[in-house]
Design a protein around this ligand. Structure first.
Ligand SMILES: NC(=O)c1ccc[n+]([C@@H]2O[C@H](COP(=O)([O-])OP(=O)(O)OC[C@H]3O[C@@H](n4cnc5c(N)ncnc54)[C@H](OP(=O)(O)O)[C@@H]3O)[C@@H](O)[C@H]2O)c1
Length: 219
């Protein structure tokens, strides 16, 4: 059993991560902006606390005593740069816990834009990406660039990028792994259900297999 602090527990991806972690017997603290909008489930394994992922002091207060911090934070429309602020705040908050306490690992949900396609270009360099999506992709890329400056000896971080397409669907429990390259199927499509993305993320929590780097998953 791992004690997990989860930012974004009310979101599309965070909800699946919460359910996947609970079904495997982990304890989850859902760190939410407004606890009134997210009553604690009566499962005994979920705690709800108030917290703001953009504020390092708030992060530190919420994650102290946990083994793993997960961020499935998504910025509101028009504020993609908040992804970088969140990455800095998560790392800063964990760092501020000091040497007296074991630092929690940090697992961040990233974007697919900075993955390399089998044809050569990065996903965000392909034609036809709408401008707002492009801005989000580059903000995720900037957040990943920041994470890559953080020595794992200080904070054991990981970033998990989804496939090019991620949407709620079936939990098959299976997926294929990649690192910085887009994972595609035999027909060239890159897809993952949100449920299987959560399976992969909780697998990473349990296995600690990609410390200090980004990885990706797809069907
Ligand atoms: N879904 C996709 O297609 C997709 C694809 C690639 C990458 N991603 C990335 O995956 C991440 C999660 O995506 P999503 O679709 O699950 O997002 P989402 O449904 O919009 O959820 C965003 C979550 O972030 C929380 N949040 C917002 N501001 C916060 C703050 N200051 N402090 C703490 N929590 C805050 C929201 O909580 P409230 O309830 O308080 O609003 C919500 O739980 C995003 O970074 C997104 O860019 C998503």
């Amino acid at each position: 059993m791992t004690k997990i602090a989860l930012f974004g527990a009310t979101g599309t991806i965070g909800t699946r991560v919460l359910h996947e972690a609970l079904r495997r017997g982990h304890e989850v603290t859902a760190v939410v902006r407004d606890p009134a909008k997210f009553p604690a489930p009566a499962d005994g394994a979920t705690t709800v606390v108030r917290g703001d992922v953009l504020d390092p002091a708030s992060v530190a207060g919420a994650v102290a005593g946990h083994e793993v911090v997960v961020s499935a934070f998504g910025p509101g429309p028009g504020d993609p740069a908040a992804l970088v602020t969140a990455a800095r705040s998560l790392i800063g908050g964990v760092r501020s816990l000091g040497p007296g306490a074991p630092a929690p690992r940090v697992v961040v949900v990233g974007g697919a834009g900075s993955l390399r396609t089998p044809g050569g270009p990065l996903v965000w360099d392909e034609a036809g990406v709408p401008a707002p999506v492009l801005a989000l992709m580059h903000a995720h890329g900037d957040a990943l660039d920041f994470l890559r400056t953080v020595p794992v000896e200080e904070v054991r971080w990981t970033c998990l990028s989804p496939a090019a397409q991620i949407a709620p669907g079936e939990r098959t429990g299976t997926y294929r792994l990649g690192l910085d390259g887009l994972v595609v199927d035999e027909e060239g499509r890159s897809r993952i259900s949100t449920e299987d993305f959560a399976v992969a993320l909780v697998d990473e929590i349990e296995r600690d297999a990609h410390a200090g780097r980004r990885f990706t998953v797809a069907h």
